[in-house]
Design a protein around this ligand. Structure first.
Ligand code: 5BU
Length: 454
C-alpha cells in the first residue's frame, strides 16, 4: 500500500472528514482526523504498519512504544515486523498489583522510539517522553502517522526531541484536491485554520498568567469557571466529564474531598489537558509568608505542583505573596478584593490597600475576585484596578438570589456587564439536573454578554 492509497482509504472509511467539528479543546475545526477505527480494517492497519516500518527501519532504537490507545495496535504491528520488543505505558493508574505503569521488559538506557497516530501540539508527547525517561528509558524520536500540527515539530525540538511524520496535512489536502474530493475553498479554510493556531501570541499583559487566562478565554470561547465543590472523586469526575467542554478554568476546593489521593491530581491534569482548561485552587491563603509557603508547596495536597492559580487574602500584608510565589514559575494568585457573602468585613479601604499591594507585585497577581450589588457598582470597582488584572466574579446564577448561609447571587449578565472577565459558578451547574446543559447555558450567556460588551 502506498501513502496515497492509504489516504484514499482513510477518506473512504470516514477517518478524515471535512465539515465543522467542535474539538475537545472547544475550538471549531473545519476538518477531523480519527484513526481509531483502522483496527477494523486489517489491510489498512497492515498497510500503515508497513509504511511506518519502512520509514524507521534504519533509525537507531532498541525498543518501540505506541501511545495508547490508537497508536498501540499500530506500534505492536510495526514492532513485530521489525522484530523489536514493544513496551507501553498504561493510560490509567493501576489501582492494585505490583510493578509500575510501564508494561514490558526494558533495560535502563534503552532507546525507545515512540509511535503516535497524530500530532497537534507537542505537549502530550513531551509528557510521555518525560514519563519514560523517569523510568530510565531514553527517548529521542517520535514518529506520527499524520502531522496535522501547527508547530509540533518546533515544540518538540525545543525539548530536544525529533519528530518524523509519515504524512502531513498538506499532503492530504493536495491529494484530496487532485482527486476532487474537496473544493479549493475547503483547502483554504483548513489552511487558514491551522495557520491561526500557529500565530505567534503577542503578550499584551505584564503578567504572563493574566495573559495565559485571556488567551485561553479566546481560544475556548468561554469565560465560565466551574467551581466543583463536591465531596467524592466519583462525583467530581462525573460532573467534570459533563461540563469540561464548556469551561475555561476549573476551580477546586481540594480539601472538601473525602477520598483525595495522588491519583486524583493525575486524573484532573489529564482532563485539563484533554479538554483544554486551566486549574485554579480556591485555597484562600491568609497566613504569614512562612506558613503559607508550606501550606502551598507541601502538605498532602502540594497545591503549587498542580494549581496554576490560587486565591489569596492580603489581610496578613504583602509578605504572603513573597511567601507563596517567590522562586516559582507559571503560578499566580487572584486577590480577594471583595467577597460575595452578605455582611463580609471587607470595606473600601481594605479593597484599596489590596490594589496598592498588587501594584507593587504585578508578577504575582493575575487578577482579583470581586462582587457588587449592581452593574455600576462592579464597574466602579473594576475601574480602580491598578493595571490590566482580570476580574473573576463568584456568586453568580441565572437569577438573582441568596442561599441560606449568606451567599449572594447576581446574574450572569450583571457580572459580565459590570466587567467580569470570568464568572465562577458552583451549585448553579453541579446541582443541575443536566450538568452539561446547565454548563452550556452559563457559558453561552456569559460569552454573549462578553462579546456584546466589547
Ligand atoms: P456557588 O455554589 O456558585 O455559590 O459557589 C461559589 C464558589 O465560589 C464557592 O466555591 C465559594 O467558595 C467561592 N467563592 C464565593 O462564593 N464567594 C467569594 O467571595 C469567594 C469565593 Br472569594
Amino acid at each position: 500500500m502506498t501513502k496515497e492509497q492509504f489516504v484514499t482509504e482513510l477518506e473512504k472509511i470516514g477517518a478524515i472528514k471535512f465539515g465543522k467539528f467542535t474539538l475537545k479543546s472547544g475550538l471549531v475545526s473545519p476538518f477531523y482526523i480519527d484513526l481509531r477505527e483502522i483496527t477494523s480494517y486489517p489491510e489498512l492497519l497492515n498497510g500503515v504498519a508497513n509504511l511506518l516500518a519502512e520509514k524507521i527501519k534504519d533509525m537507531d532504537f532498541d525498543i518501540i512504544t505506541g501511545i495508547p490507545y490508537t497508536a498501540l495496535p499500530i506500534a505492536a504491528l510495526v514492532a513485530n515486523k521489525l522484530q523489536k520488543p514493544l513496551i507501553y505505558k498504561r493510560k490509567e493508574e493501576k489501582a492494585y498489583g505490583t510493578g509500575g505503569s510501564i508494561v514490558g521488559k526494558f533495560q535502563k538506557g534503552d532507546k525507545c522510539l515512540v509511535i503516535d497516530d497524530l500530532i497537534t501540539t507537542g505537549a502530550s508527547k513531551i509528557e510521555t517522553a518525560e514519563a519514560y525517561e523517569k523510568a530510565g528509558v531514553e527517548v529521542e524520536d517520535f514518529v506520527v502517522v499524520i502531522d496535522r500540527s501547527a508547530n509540533g515539530t518546533e515544540e518538540l525540538e525545543q525539548h530536544g526531541y525529533k519528530l518524523h511524520s509519515l504524512i502531513s496535512l498538506v499532503d492530504i489536502l493536495q491529494q484530496l484536491r487532485e482527486q476532487e474530493l474537496i473544493t479549493a475553498a475547503k483547502v483554504k479554510e483548513v489552511e487558514e485554520f491551522t495557520q491561526s493556531l500557529n500565530k505567534p501570541k503577542k503578550s499584551r499583559q505584564p503578567n504572563a498568567m493574566t495573559q495565559k487566562l485571556l488567551e485561553k478565554i479566546e481560544e475556548k470561547r468561554s469565560n465560565l469557571i466551574l467551581s466543583l465543590d463536591v465531596e467524592t472523586k466519583a462525583e467530581f469526575f462525573q460532573i467534570l466529564e459533563a461540563a469540561a467542554s464548556e469551561i475555561v478554568m476549573l476551580k477546586t476546593h481540594v480539601d472538601i474531598l473525602t477520598d483525595f489521593d495522588d491519583n486524583f491530581i493525575a486524573k484532573l491534569r489529564e482532563y485539563a489537558r484533554e479538554y483544554n482548561f486551566l486549574i485554579f485552587e480556591d485555597r484562600k491563603f491568609a497566613d504569614i509568608g512562612n506558613t503559607v509557603r508550606k501550606q502551598y508547596r507541601s502538605g498532602i495536597y502540594h497545591i503549587s505542583n498542580w494549581a496554576e492559580y490560587i486565591t489569596v487574602h492580603l489581610v496578613a500584608g504583602a509578605g504572603i505573596l513573597t511567601g507563596l510565589f517567590e522562586g516559582l514559575e507559571n503560578r499566580a494568585g487572584f486577590v480577594l478584593a471583595r467577597m460575595s457573602s452578605k455582611g463580609n468585613l471587607i470595606n473600601e479601604t481594605y479593597t484599596r490597600r489590596c490594589f496598592e499591594i498588587a501594584k507593587k507585585y504585578p508578577q504575582w497577581v493575575a487578577g482579583f475576585i470581586g462582587h457588587g450589588h449592581s452593574v455600576n457598582d462592579i464597574s466602579r470597582f473594576k475601574a480602580k484596578f491598578p493595571g490590566e488584572q482580570l476580574l473573576l466574579i463568584p456568586g453568580v446564577k441565572l437569577e438573582k438570589g441568596t442561599d441560606k448561609l449568606g451567599q449572594q447571587y447576581i446574574t450572569v449578565e450583571d457580572a459580565i456587564n459590570g466587567g467580569a472577565d470570568c464568572i465562577i459558578v458552583g451549585r448553579g451547574i453541579y446541582q443541575a439536573d443536566d450538568v452539561h446543559i446547565a454548563a452550556k447555558t452559563y457559558r453561552d450567556r456569559a460569552w454573549k454578554a462578553y462579546k456584546e460588551r466589547e
